[in-house]
Design a binder for this molecule. Structure first.
Ligand SMILES: NC(=O)C1=CN([C@@H]2O[C@H](COP(=O)(O)OP(=O)(O)OC[C@H]3O[C@@H](n4cnc5c(N)ncnc54)[C@H](O)[C@@H]3O)[C@@H](O)[C@H]2O)C=CC1
Ligand SMILES: N[C@@H](CC=O)C(=O)O
Length: 791
């Protein structure tokens, strides 16, 4: 126990497992070293399989054990192949040492075979990978050491001996070192070499992860995710970025090749995160298998050539025990009458019967060969009516709350499989997002996107299909959300024609999210709409363009049946426009909206206490992401002027920006020129604010920047001005950055409806953009779910 504690203190360990295909040649070794070099967290533990098809070659050597000529030929061929790999992966001096070691190991093969130590022969592939990768890392200046797992990993009757393994591992662990551990091999209680069977290296990785109490175990393989179906057969298979632990276990039980039951078992109930990633696409985030709180997903999976065993319910043997014995999936089907039905690969039926018989369990074998299709459900209430109509050839059907299994006499035709996937798994729709502006708000929006993508996954597939800023764009479908920065960094300068052509070519529903501050960009909205995009804007410029241009956007929306949501253009995440719309559509009539509409000015006027120049506070607000990209837009009152116009347009009032009376905070002239010009003259602002503040203070008042939009004889009257209000005034008691919207209407007449809360900041604004996106998505999902007309 003491030793276990010692290892647990090295808690944040990361374990990375690389399989044979990830180490198939020298280029792949280099790619793995690139991945490791890019890891910033330590301590790092790597678990490796044998390079490429080395294990097959070793099995061939073992098969030739009784034919010394054939054996020696096979050994020579393997030596040549592996030496070439070493020489390609390392500079000559380093390669020489590894080749020498390889030669010694291969020279021992005849003795191992003679002593019936086939597992020592098999261990050779992983030993070479560990040695070679540690050398490759050392060449890059990384302190790496190869570890033979047989020096610490002990199994007793197929089960890990945690105590002994942890004690031995603690002895071998070196500080500040990347440990490269052989996968697939271990020792039994008698000290004999053993192998861990199919996908044994994955199991080694999770065992090492459990021994180290690692933060993460990453299985690097050749697929970028766990898919909803085999992507080689179903082109539309969905790559999931998160799978729940129970579903991963069910998939493993069904024989899904990505994760195996034992791999999962080693980490079950621990805090370690399990990740599946592609070593061919390291920029992709991969798929997380999460122990808690993950949404269930839809999967379909096939099992070829399976058979049925029927057992009386009284027996004490579980399907899991038989699966462990066979190292093959054994699926316990729902009980029918007094009997258990187990589905298992036909090739192991006889071995299963013999093992059961040895335990005095009598099983009846239905010797027919079946092909099975299983559906793991995202929603336990979901029904398979549509699939049943397609799967009329099914001979048996077994259903539980979580899954349905159909059995067939023949394999399913490819097109039928695609149709079933379409019915049971594929979200009704895909939604492409193109995000313009990657500053404060844009990058926060993208940070939040992964969780939203996951939330909507069962019903709608959100794809990030473009990110752009003023300098460059990456316009490609399915950009990895967690790596959008790298994708954008590799992007190119863009032209409007190229962007609109790209948008037009995107299939299905698409949304352009405008997080730029640019009027010029917003003038292109009609073209984006014509290209089929719905729009979501944080940018206030589009909503406040001169009336004629604004109307052109609205006309384009009507013509192309698109939507434009812009709730963050006033009050950031506060749902002001949405509330006004609800009141209007419910039959209320708005008389006045007034209050504090600028988060920045609210923050500045709450914070400013005369202790230091006002401009120092401006700088602080800018750094906090509250201000407009140019804070003079806030100080001049123009941003609030725009917000008033946003509300006026929401209320379908005829108003232009110039018609809104404006009293700026910024002294006249300072809005001209560059930011540097302004900064050189900031004293003018500081003096003006000090004077205003002192005057208000002398009267026992506080300063507030107040906006109002009233309807007089159905005509809008709008103004923005700085006011000194008494401490008792409703607008005095606010927190810095708060916006206040006081809505007076026919219904809220004597006692107005008040919305209050932070009115600026990247988190609330990005959250507001997601609220807009969720509204749009819910409509799309709702439309898709609407009953189809029978006429
Ligand atoms: N910060 C806040 O609390 C709120 C901001 N907004 C609005 O959100 C928008 C973004 O604000 P921040 O992220 O703070 O600004 P930012 O200055 O941090 O980022 C602006 C981004 O837009 C890009 N950009 C500028 N002109 C462009 C053009 N013509 N084409 C393509 N990209 C262009 C820039 O390269 C940058 O990536 C602004 O319109 C702002 O008014 C709205 C509500 C609240
Ligand atoms: N700069 C703006 C940001 C939100 O629109 C503000 O401070 O209100």
């Amino acid at each position: 126990m003491l030793v276990q504690t010692k290892l647990q203190h090295r808690a944040a360990a990361q374990v990375h497992k690389f399989g044979g295909s990830s180490l198939a040649n020298a280029a792949r070794f280099a790619a793995v070293a690139d991945i490791i070099t890019a890891q910033h967290q330590s301590p790092l533990w790597l678990v490796v399989s044998a390079p490429g098809d080395t294990t097959d070659a070793l099995l061939h050597i073992i098969a030739c054990a009784n034919d010394s000529n054939a054996r020696d030929r096979a050994v020579s061929a393997l030596q040549l192949q592996l030496s070439e790999l070493v020489q390609q992966a390392l500079p000559p001096a380093a390669a020489q040492g590894v080749c020498l070691q390889l030669q010694q190991w291969l020279a021992a093969v005849p003795d191992w075979l003679a002593q019936q130590q086939a597992n020592d022969v098999l261990a050779l592939g992983e030993r070479l990978s560990a040695l070679l990768l540690s050398e490759v890392l050392q060449q890059r200046g990384i302190n790496a050491v190869a570890l033979d797992a047989r020096d610490f990993l002990r199994l007793k009757q197929h089960q890990p001996d945690w105590q002994q393994s942890a004690a031995l591992l603690a002895e071998l662990t070196q500080p500040d070192t990347v440990h490269v551990v052989t996968g697939y091999i271990a020792r039994d209680e008698k000290g004999r070499s053993i192998t861990l069977g199919r996908n044994g290296s994955d199991y080694s990785a999770t065992l090492v992860g459990a021994l180290l109490n690692a933060a993460e175990v990453t299985i690097w393989t050749d697929v970028k995710a766990i898919y909803s179906a085999d992507p080689r057969k179903v082109a539309a298979a969905l790559p999931y970025q998160q799978v729940s632990w129970p579903q991963a276990c069910q998939l493993a039980q069904l024989g899904n090749p990505v994760l195996h039951a034992r791999t999962l078992s080693a980490l079950s109930g621990r805090d370690t995160t399990l990740l599946v990633r592609s070593s061919y696409q390291p920029d992709q985030a991969g798929c997380k298998v999460v122990q808690h709180e993950a949404n269930a997903q839809n999967f379909i999976t096939e099992l070829a050539d399976v058979t049925l065993l029927t057992l009386h319910q009284d027996n004490q043997i579980s399907a899991a025990a038989l699966a462990l014995e066979l190292q093959q999936p054994v699926i316990a089907l729902p009980q029918q009458g007094d009997n258990h039905n187990w589905l298992l690969p036909t090739v192991c039926a006889e071995q299963a019967l013999a093992w059961l018989a040895a335990k005095n369990v009598h099983a009846v074998w239905d010797t027919r060969r079946y092909h099975a299709l299983a559906w793991l459900k995202a929603d336990t209430k979901a029904s398979a009516v549509s699939a049943d109509q397609l799967l009329t050839a099914a001979l048996h059907r077994y259903e539980t709350a979580q899954q349905i299994i159909w059995l067939f006499a023949e394999p399913l035709a490819a097109d039928l499989l695609q149709q079933v996937h379409q019915q049971l798994v594929q979200p009704q729709q895909q939604l492409h997002l193109v995000v313009a502006g990657s500053g404060n708000v844009g990058s926060e929006f993208l940070r939040m996107l992964a969780a939203q993508q996951q939330r909507f996954q069962p019903k709608l597939q959100i794809q990030l299909s473009g990110v752009l800023n003023s300098r460059r764009a990456v316009l490609q479908q399915d950009i990895s959300i967690s790596n959008w920065q790298q994708a954008l960094a590799a992007g190119q300068p863009w032209q409007l024609t190229e962007l609109t052509a790209y948008l037009a070519a995107l299939p299905g529903r698409k949304v352009l999210i405008d997080n730029t501050p640019s009027a010029e960009f917003s003038r292109n909205y009609p073209q984006f709409i014509a290209a089929g995009c719905d729009l979501i804007s944080a940018n206030k410029q589009g909503v406040t363009l001169p009336g004629t241009e604004y109307q052109q956007i609205r006309q384009a929306l009507v013509q192309h049946q698109r939507q434009w949501l812009s709730n963050t253009t006033c009050g950031a995440g506060i749902p002001v426009q949405r509330t006004l719309q609800e009141l209007l559509s419910a039959g209320d009539s708005i008389k006045q909206v007034s209050g504090i509409f600028s988060g920045t000015l609210s923050w500045l006027l709450c914070k400013y206490d005369g202790s230091k120049p006002f401009s120092d506070f401006v700088l602080e607000a800018q750094l906090g992401g509250l201000t407009e990209p140019d804070p003079r837009d806030d100080l001049s009152g123009k941003d609030v002027q725009r917000k008033l116009l946003v509300l006026a347009r929401e209320l379908a009032l005829n108003l232009e920006l110039e018609q809104i009376a404006l009293q700026p905070l910024l002294p006249a002239g300072l809005e001209q020129g560059s930011w540097q010009d302004f900064w050189a003259q900031r004293e003018q602002l500081d003096n003006a604010m000090a004077e205003l503040y002192a005057r208000a203070q002398a009267e026992g008042k506080v300063l507030r920047y107040v906006a109002s939009l009233a309807l007089a004889d159905d005509k809008p009257v709008a103004k923005v001005a700085v006011e000194a209000v008494s401490a008792q005034h409703a607008l005095a008691a606010i927190a810095p950055c708060d916006n206040v919207f006081v809505i007076e209407s026919a219904w809220y007449d004597t006692n107005p409806l008040v919305l209050k809360g932070p009115g600026a900041g990247k988190v609330v604004t990005a959250g507001g953009l997601h609220a807009d996106l969720a509204q749009l998505i819910n409509q799309l999902i709702g439309l898709a779910a609407a009953p189809v007309s029978l006429t």
